[in-house]
Ligand binder design. Structure first.
Ligand SMILES: NC(=O)c1ccc[n+]([C@@H]2O[C@H](COP(=O)([O-])OP(=O)(O)OC[C@H]3O[C@@H](n4cnc5c(N)ncnc54)[C@H](O)[C@@H]3O)[C@@H](O)[C@H]2O)c1
Length: 161
Protein backbone atom coordinates (compact mmCIF):
# COMPACT_ATOMS: atom_id res chain seq x y z
CA UNK A 1 0.00 0.00 0.00
CA UNK A 2 1.35 3.42 -0.95
CA UNK A 3 0.87 5.96 1.81
CA UNK A 4 0.65 9.69 1.14
CA UNK A 5 3.53 11.58 2.73
CA UNK A 6 4.15 15.07 4.03
CA UNK A 7 7.35 16.46 2.60
CA UNK A 8 9.02 19.23 4.56
CA UNK A 9 11.81 21.11 2.81
CA UNK A 10 14.53 22.58 5.03
CA UNK A 11 17.88 24.05 4.06
CA UNK A 12 20.01 21.26 2.56
CA UNK A 13 17.63 18.43 3.46
CA UNK A 14 14.20 16.99 2.81
CA UNK A 15 12.24 15.46 5.69
CA UNK A 16 9.47 13.01 4.74
CA UNK A 17 6.76 12.42 7.32
CA UNK A 18 3.73 10.14 7.27
CA UNK A 19 0.43 11.97 7.53
CA UNK A 20 -0.30 11.54 11.21
CA UNK A 21 -4.10 11.31 10.88
CA UNK A 22 -4.29 9.23 7.69
CA UNK A 23 -7.81 7.75 7.36
CA UNK A 24 -8.90 8.80 10.84
CA UNK A 25 -12.45 10.15 11.09
CA UNK A 26 -12.83 13.39 13.05
CA UNK A 27 -15.82 15.50 14.07
CA UNK A 28 -15.02 19.14 14.82
CA UNK A 29 -17.84 21.26 16.22
CA UNK A 30 -17.78 25.03 15.69
CA UNK A 31 -15.62 24.36 12.62
CA UNK A 32 -17.13 27.16 10.54
CA UNK A 33 -14.65 29.71 11.88
CA UNK A 34 -11.73 30.44 14.21
CA UNK A 35 -10.03 27.65 16.14
CA UNK A 36 -12.48 24.97 14.88
CA UNK A 37 -11.92 25.85 11.23
CA UNK A 38 -8.14 25.94 11.71
CA UNK A 39 -8.32 22.53 13.42
CA UNK A 40 -10.46 21.04 10.64
CA UNK A 41 -8.08 22.39 7.99
CA UNK A 42 -5.03 20.99 9.77
CA UNK A 43 -6.65 17.59 10.43
CA UNK A 44 -7.63 17.28 6.74
CA UNK A 45 -4.10 18.24 5.71
CA UNK A 46 -2.85 15.43 7.95
CA UNK A 47 -5.08 12.92 6.16
CA UNK A 48 -8.17 12.84 8.39
CA UNK A 49 -11.69 12.56 6.96
CA UNK A 50 -13.29 15.55 8.60
CA UNK A 51 -16.87 16.33 9.59
CA UNK A 52 -17.15 20.11 9.77
CA UNK A 53 -20.05 20.86 12.12
CA UNK A 54 -21.46 24.25 13.01
CA UNK A 55 -24.70 26.07 13.63
CA UNK A 56 -23.69 28.46 10.83
CA UNK A 57 -24.42 26.65 7.56
CA UNK A 58 -22.76 29.20 5.26
CA UNK A 59 -19.45 29.29 7.14
CA UNK A 60 -19.48 25.51 7.58
CA UNK A 61 -19.95 24.88 3.87
CA UNK A 62 -17.25 27.45 3.05
CA UNK A 63 -14.83 25.61 5.35
CA UNK A 64 -15.65 22.31 3.60
CA UNK A 65 -15.06 23.86 0.17
CA UNK A 66 -11.69 25.24 1.28
CA UNK A 67 -10.62 21.85 2.61
CA UNK A 68 -11.70 20.10 -0.59
CA UNK A 69 -9.92 22.68 -2.78
CA UNK A 70 -6.74 21.77 -0.91
CA UNK A 71 -7.22 18.05 -1.56
CA UNK A 72 -8.80 17.10 1.79
CA UNK A 73 -11.92 15.08 2.55
CA UNK A 74 -14.72 16.83 4.42
CA UNK A 75 -18.44 17.28 4.61
CA UNK A 76 -20.73 19.58 6.58
CA UNK A 77 -23.35 18.66 9.15
CA UNK A 78 -25.40 21.44 10.70
CA UNK A 79 -25.80 20.88 14.44
CA UNK A 80 -26.52 23.04 17.47
CA UNK A 81 -24.24 21.82 20.27
CA UNK A 82 -26.80 22.82 22.90
CA UNK A 83 -29.40 20.39 21.46
CA UNK A 84 -29.07 16.72 22.51
CA UNK A 85 -30.90 15.49 19.40
CA UNK A 86 -28.46 17.40 17.16
CA UNK A 87 -25.44 15.91 18.96
CA UNK A 88 -26.83 12.41 18.56
CA UNK A 89 -27.68 12.94 14.88
CA UNK A 90 -24.22 14.43 14.23
CA UNK A 91 -22.47 11.32 15.51
CA UNK A 92 -24.89 8.90 13.82
CA UNK A 93 -24.57 10.64 10.42
CA UNK A 94 -20.77 10.69 10.76
CA UNK A 95 -20.60 6.96 11.50
CA UNK A 96 -23.01 6.25 8.63
CA UNK A 97 -21.03 8.37 6.16
CA UNK A 98 -17.45 7.48 7.14
CA UNK A 99 -17.96 4.09 8.85
CA UNK A 100 -16.66 5.09 12.28
CA UNK A 101 -15.43 7.85 14.54
CA UNK A 102 -11.89 8.24 15.89
CA UNK A 103 -11.55 11.82 17.12
CA UNK A 104 -14.05 14.37 18.46
CA UNK A 105 -13.03 18.00 18.92
CA UNK A 106 -15.90 19.55 20.87
CA UNK A 107 -14.92 23.14 20.21
CA UNK A 108 -18.21 24.99 19.55
CA UNK A 109 -18.72 27.82 21.99
CA UNK A 110 -19.71 31.43 22.47
CA UNK A 111 -18.29 34.33 24.44
CA UNK A 112 -21.56 35.48 25.99
CA UNK A 113 -22.79 39.03 26.57
CA UNK A 114 -20.43 41.72 27.85
CA UNK A 115 -22.07 43.51 30.74
CA UNK A 116 -21.53 44.95 34.20
CA UNK A 117 -22.12 42.20 36.79
CA UNK A 118 -25.23 43.85 38.20
CA UNK A 119 -26.85 44.10 34.76
CA UNK A 120 -25.82 40.69 33.47
CA UNK A 121 -28.73 39.20 31.43
CA UNK A 122 -29.72 35.81 32.85
CA UNK A 123 -30.82 34.51 29.42
CA UNK A 124 -27.33 35.30 28.06
CA UNK A 125 -25.80 33.43 31.00
CA UNK A 126 -28.05 30.42 30.40
CA UNK A 127 -27.12 30.35 26.71
CA UNK A 128 -23.41 30.26 27.56
CA UNK A 129 -23.97 27.41 30.03
CA UNK A 130 -26.16 25.50 27.53
CA UNK A 131 -23.54 25.67 24.74
CA UNK A 132 -20.17 25.89 26.51
CA UNK A 133 -20.85 23.46 29.37
CA UNK A 134 -23.94 21.28 28.86
CA UNK A 135 -23.35 21.12 25.09
CA UNK A 136 -19.79 19.89 25.58
CA UNK A 137 -20.98 17.15 27.97
CA UNK A 138 -23.77 16.13 25.58
CA UNK A 139 -21.31 16.02 22.68
CA UNK A 140 -18.99 13.88 24.78
CA UNK A 141 -21.79 11.49 25.76
CA UNK A 142 -22.83 11.05 22.12
CA UNK A 143 -19.21 10.68 20.95
CA UNK A 144 -18.26 8.18 23.63
CA UNK A 145 -20.68 5.57 22.29
CA UNK A 146 -18.76 5.52 19.02
CA UNK A 147 -15.22 6.93 19.36
CA UNK A 148 -12.68 4.23 18.58
CA UNK A 149 -15.35 1.51 18.40
CA UNK A 150 -13.89 -1.41 16.50
CA UNK A 151 -10.57 0.43 16.18
CA UNK A 152 -7.22 -0.45 17.65
CA UNK A 153 -6.70 2.61 19.81
CA UNK A 154 -8.18 4.47 22.75
CA UNK A 155 -10.82 7.17 22.85
CA UNK A 156 -9.72 10.70 22.02
CA UNK A 157 -11.99 13.65 22.81
CA UNK A 158 -10.85 17.25 23.10
CA UNK A 159 -12.62 20.12 24.84
CA UNK A 160 -11.69 23.76 24.39
CA UNK A 161 -12.46 25.12 27.87
N1 LIG B 1 -10.38 32.55 20.90
C1 LIG B 1 -10.01 32.54 22.17
O1 LIG B 1 -9.15 33.29 22.64
C2 LIG B 1 -10.64 31.54 23.12
C3 LIG B 1 -10.22 31.50 24.45
C4 LIG B 1 -10.78 30.56 25.32
C5 LIG B 1 -11.73 29.67 24.87
N2 LIG B 1 -12.13 29.75 23.58
C6 LIG B 1 -13.15 28.79 23.14
O2 LIG B 1 -12.68 28.11 21.97
C7 LIG B 1 -13.78 27.85 21.10
C8 LIG B 1 -13.53 28.44 19.72
O3 LIG B 1 -13.28 29.83 19.84
P1 LIG B 1 -13.09 30.75 18.55
O4 LIG B 1 -12.33 31.94 19.00
O5 LIG B 1 -12.58 29.95 17.42
O6 LIG B 1 -14.60 31.21 18.32
P2 LIG B 1 -15.39 31.54 16.97
O7 LIG B 1 -16.54 32.41 17.38
O8 LIG B 1 -14.49 32.02 15.89
O9 LIG B 1 -15.94 30.11 16.51
C9 LIG B 1 -16.94 29.44 17.23
C10 LIG B 1 -17.79 28.69 16.24
O10 LIG B 1 -18.77 27.97 17.00
C11 LIG B 1 -20.00 28.08 16.32
N3 LIG B 1 -21.09 27.95 17.28
C12 LIG B 1 -21.56 28.85 18.18
N4 LIG B 1 -22.57 28.35 18.85
C13 LIG B 1 -22.76 27.10 18.39
C14 LIG B 1 -23.68 26.07 18.71
N5 LIG B 1 -24.64 26.23 19.64
N6 LIG B 1 -23.58 24.89 18.05
C15 LIG B 1 -22.64 24.71 17.09
N7 LIG B 1 -21.76 25.65 16.73
C16 LIG B 1 -21.82 26.83 17.38
C17 LIG B 1 -20.00 29.47 15.68
O11 LIG B 1 -20.92 29.55 14.61
C18 LIG B 1 -18.55 29.58 15.26
O12 LIG B 1 -18.35 29.11 13.94
C19 LIG B 1 -15.02 28.46 21.77
O13 LIG B 1 -15.66 27.42 22.48
C20 LIG B 1 -14.45 29.48 22.72
O14 LIG B 1 -15.31 29.69 23.82
C21 LIG B 1 -11.61 30.66 22.70
Amino acid sequence: MTKKKNIIYQTNKIIIMEKVLENKVAIITGAGSGIGKATATLFAKEGARVVVSDIDEKNGNNAVEEIKRNGGQAFFIKADSSKPEDNQALVEQTVKHFGGLDIAVNNAGIGGPLSATGDYPIDGWQKVIAINLSGILRNALSDSCHVGKGRKHHQRCFYSR
